[in-house]
Design a protein around this ligand. Structure first.
Ligand code: SPV
Ligand code: MN
Length: 623
């Protein structure tokens, strides 16, 4: 160990680090201790005492504030640091390497130089935390070990709630590969938020399996094992022929059986609320790794906690999350309203006080921002951080090292006028290309029946893809082709379908029925109608399910309004996506073939029946 590093460690921390025999680990830590120059270095082992040290520091340094309820704290990110910063998140690439127009990347040499410059002496006056962690359960076929260096006790605390500790693994194994993340919140304001937001940078150096993040605190930009690691994992998965996905994992109960589903939805499109529905179980709400074993597909949750959107979480709609947020235990609230040691947020179902502290500092009802817009009590992206095992519906297989066998994969975006509420692809290739591969989401909540701006978001993973899209698709297609005994079925869902007057055609609870229908389908039960976009349910099955699951009457009119195929809109969607794919290099030809084929069938249907076609007409075509 070099003297500079040694000088920053007290006796206990020196001992902890000495127990790590891997030279690569020591080199990495030494280098960044020299560069960032913290006053001291704290090495976290897996003990409760060490974990508590970091929790206490977050409060001592003011990055978190204690709330009235035991174990609960609140953290604020800066006013301009309330979400993932796509513009300042860049992949570093060597000269001549092209990733395509949809990815944000920059020259590695320049980017590296810039970020090293920003990191220089950035931790003077601060303590650096060294955390040994693991993506997925430790010692599992899915494990990727990781080391986080950060000067933020809030980031280190969040990482403890969200990821499995792995110090003991680093002391046992001498030579393991690991991902590396270096983070500094930079200089802080008096409110303990990152000050130099104009120098906010998140650079992914995949050549060294490293990510650097500076002058930001928002977890999506800073918590290495979350979206920073996902970008590294997607490359690793491509090389090793597995999948790293932006997906929840949940159990759906059938009659005396349970099947596991994965779900990919862009942010704010119902992902967490789907895997948290009443009656089912959750394994994870954000990121899953998929690997094959004996010809079957297994998935594991990368995380052990949830960093979830809090807006509209209330006792009535989300009783299980609510309970976890209201019970003493470990919860970090971020960017909600603080008043008298209690927290409030939009849609919490409680009376919101007229003043307090929020992400804009001192807040009062009617406070306006620089543009004259009223500042809400909580930011729309305000969040809670909790452990999954604090939830009553946490699935008993949640920590299974082998993962769970995947029966179905669900894709859904914010779509007011194209896809039906639920449908099934013909097979893996068809699902990958025409469902996951055409996923779009409307940026703004559609108003007055008019659709918002649709943004292409392939597999809901667009923000994190770190290889050319064509290669990403190719890996997906291959995954379902080779060495397969049983492949998951692929489904599309749409919770946001509207009628011509702009009214939603389904209510929040209906997703519970769609899940049960998909559960039947993965066992090849339930009747289906074959349409050009895939299989849709028969009315009678849904009628029974609505009665069973929700005790609701489901009318034939409901069915016809929801499941009539919007043929013209589906054609336009395919045209939009083909246009995007044409602008990229390396898209496999089969992608165009399958999309063109589907479009051809839709045109035929349109010529015969018009813009919108009843499922009954389509059923006649089946016979
Ligand atoms: C998302 O936005 O998809 C999240 C939160 O899960 S973040 O950590 O910001 O990525
Ligand atoms: Mn996410």
């Amino acid at each position: 160990m070099d003297n500079n590093l040694k000088a920053k460690l007290n006796e206990k921390n020196y001992e902890k680090l000495s127990n790590v025999k891997n030279k690569k680990v020591l080199d990495f830590i030494s280098n960044f201790v020299s560069l960032c120059n913290p006053d001291s270095v704290f090495v976290r082992d897996d003990s409760e005492e060490n974990i508590k040290y970091i929790r206490d520091k977050a409060i001592e340094y003011g990055e978190e504030i204690k709330l009235k309820t035991d174990g609960h704290t609140i953290h604020f990110d800066g006013y301009y640091d309330q979400g993932r910063d796509k513009g300042n998140t860049k992949l570093l690439v060597t000269k001549g390497m092209e990733l395509g127009s949809l990815l944000n990347y920059t020259d590695r040499e320049e980017g590296y130089k810039e970020i090293m410059q920003l990191l220089k002496n950035i931790m003077v006056g601060k303590e650096m935390y060294v955390l040994f962690l693991c993506l997925c359960p430790v010692n599992s076929p899915f494990s990727i070990y990781s080391i986080q260096l950060t000067d933020s006790a809030y980031v280190a605390h969040s990482e403890d709630i969200l990821y499995r500790p792995a110090y003991s693994i680093f002391t046992e194994k001498e030579d393991i590969d690991f991902f590396k993340y270096v983070h500094s919140a930079g200089e802080l304001t008096e409110n303990k938020t990152s000050k130099n937001i104009d120098k906010k940078r998140i650079y992914v150096d995949f050549l060294q399996d490293s990510v650097y993040s500076v002058n930001t605190q928002y977890a999506g930009n800073t918590v290495g094992l979350k979206k920073l690691a996902l970008r590294l994992a997607i490359r690793k998965a491509y090389k090793e022929k597995w999948l790293a996905e932006h997906m929840f994992i949940m159990g759906v109960k059938g009659k005396e059986r349970k099947s596991y589903f994965l779900g990919a939805f862009p942010s704010m499109c119902g992902k967490t609320s789907t895997c948290m529905v009443k009656g089912e179980t959750i394994i994870g709400d954000d990121i899953a790794y998929l690997k094959k074993r004996n010809g079957r597909v297994f998935a594991a949750n990368v995380e052990r906690g949830i960093f979830g959107i809090i807006q509209d979480v209330n006792e009535k709609d989300d009783p299980l999350i609510w309970k976890s947020l209201m019970t003493p235990g470990e919860v970090i609230f971020s960017n909600v309203l603080l008043s008298n040691g209690n927290v409030f947020w939009n849609g919490c179902g409680l009376e919101i006080p007229d003043e307090g502290i929020n992400f804009s500092g001192k807040w009062w009802k009617g406070k306006k921002d620089e543009e004259g817009e009223e500042i809400p009590p909580s930011h729309p992206n305000a969040r809670y951080t909790i452990r999954l095992n604090s939830l009553e519906n946490f699935d008993p297989e949640g920590e299974n090292k082998e993962g769970v066998e995947v029966s179905g994969i669900i894709f859904g975006g914010r779509d007011s006028d194209t896809w039906p509420p639920v449908f099934e692809s013909f097979d893996w290739q068809h699902g990958v290309i025409t469902i996951g591969g055409t996923l779009e989401s409307e940026t703004t909540a559609a108003t007055l029946g008019k659709s918002g701006v649709r943004v292409f978001n392939i597999m809901a993973n667009m923000d994190f893809i770190s290889i050319p899209i064509g290669k990403y698709l190719e890996n997906y297609l291959e995954f379902g082709k080779k060495d397969i005994v049983k492949i998951p079925k692929i489904f599309g869902v749409n919770y946001f379908l509207k009628d011509e007057n702009g009214n939603f055609l389904t209510d929040k609870q209906a997703k519970r029925v769609w899940l049960k229908w998909m559960e039947l389908r993965v066992h090849n039960e339930g009747k289906i109608i074959k349409t050009p976009i895939g299989y849709i349910p028969e009315y009678n099955d849904l009628k029974l399910l609505f009665k069973d699951v929700l005790s609701q009457e489901y009318t034939e009119n409901d069915y016809l309004s929801q499941f009539s195929l919007r043929v013209s809109n589906n054609i336009s969607k395919i045209d939009r996506v083909i246009e995007i794919y044409k602008g990229l290099k390396d898209i496999p030809q089969v992608v165009f073939d399958i999309l063109e084929n589907q479009k051809g069938q839709l045109i035929e249907l349109k010529n015969k029946y018009g813009d919108v076609v009843s499922p009954y007409h389509i059923r006649e075509e089946n016979i």
